[in-house]
Design a protein around this ligand. Sequence first.
Ligand code: PLP
Length: 393
Amino acid sequence: MVSERMKGLGTARSVIRELFEYGKIRAAEVGAENVYDFSLGNPSVPAPDAVNETAIRLLTEQPNLIHAYTSAQGAVDARERFAESLNRRFGTHYSASRLYVTVGAAASLCCVFHGLTCPGDEFIVFAPYFPEYNVFIEGAGAKMVLIPPEVESFQIDFDAFERSVNEHTKGVVINTPNNPSGVVYSRATLERLAAILTEKSRTYGHPIYLVSDEPYREIVYSGVEVPWVPSVYRDTILCYSFSKSLSLPGERIGYVLVPEDITDAEEVYAAVAGAGRSLGYVCAPSLFQQVASLCCDMTSDIKVYETNRNLLVSSLREMGYHVVEPNGAFYLFPRSLEPDDMAFSERAKQFDLLIVPGSGFGAPGHVRISYCVQTDMIRRALPKFQALADSYR
Ligand code: PLP
């Protein structure tokens, strides 16, 4: 006998993975250059040279130490560097003791959900959303409450949101810049959200925490502002990752920030650490705690993502696709050309375009295009997008 839930999670492949696997089979049939794979969110630009240089230097200078266990919550010097970087950039006053280093944003989120959840708790999530939230929240024993998308702007449908907050609401999850819409929540959106959360926390007599999932924080275009969320809403817990900004998804490194001024800060930090212990997430990889913390003021050369975004948005709009302007991350979330996004994604496969149906992100009638790919592939794919559009005329 095994856990049915875990068996289900272990055997059900995500739609994204299905498409990726299909792409490999198709590439063997028609040649890789004839398959246009926009399915995955793997950064296409390399990590900065300084990342590799730092790793090599540390391996040479500290061959034993660098492979050793660190404190469960992460090496203190690494946490100090992360805190100092935040303080420099956002005018804050965090110390190492507010940070818990994790194996990426996925682990950060799991630590926070597990750490906060009491029986009967709910977390509110806004569509479109990163589908793993469901797995992480339910895994922590809480219920995920999904707010339908506001499809004109992909900001927040506040009426639906207000109706969904209740005495069981433990937290609200946001992800800005967003996967899959690429939209960045405006300051006005965050302020309105904060005002509602403040009022509802008072009404229900307990804090409603805002869990801000920010792996794309630095990946923004056109000088758009990404407000520092804890400065807008006090009870914010932040989940960060270097997977995207430093192109290090395979190194599994990120952190949870529990600011000292949130309600019950000490208890929350202890619960996050306890969750890390219970999940076996203690002591994130030592080498990359050091490397990421020594390189945390840098990003990969992300200019090409903006080139890709501009090329795709303007070309797809000219072809008649409806696209909400994405100002961050490396995803585009246009409307599918028929209401059934699964059927649309299937039809796109006939043109060897691999694009992900929006239903899995809680936004049917849309598809996700990951443009963290070579610009040349986008150029070669444009006639295929045109042919796909023509096939509906
Ligand atoms: N949150 C969002 C919105 C993501 O898109 C991803 C990865 O794609 C994650 C969390 C998980 O990131 P990590 O690789 O740091 O675990």
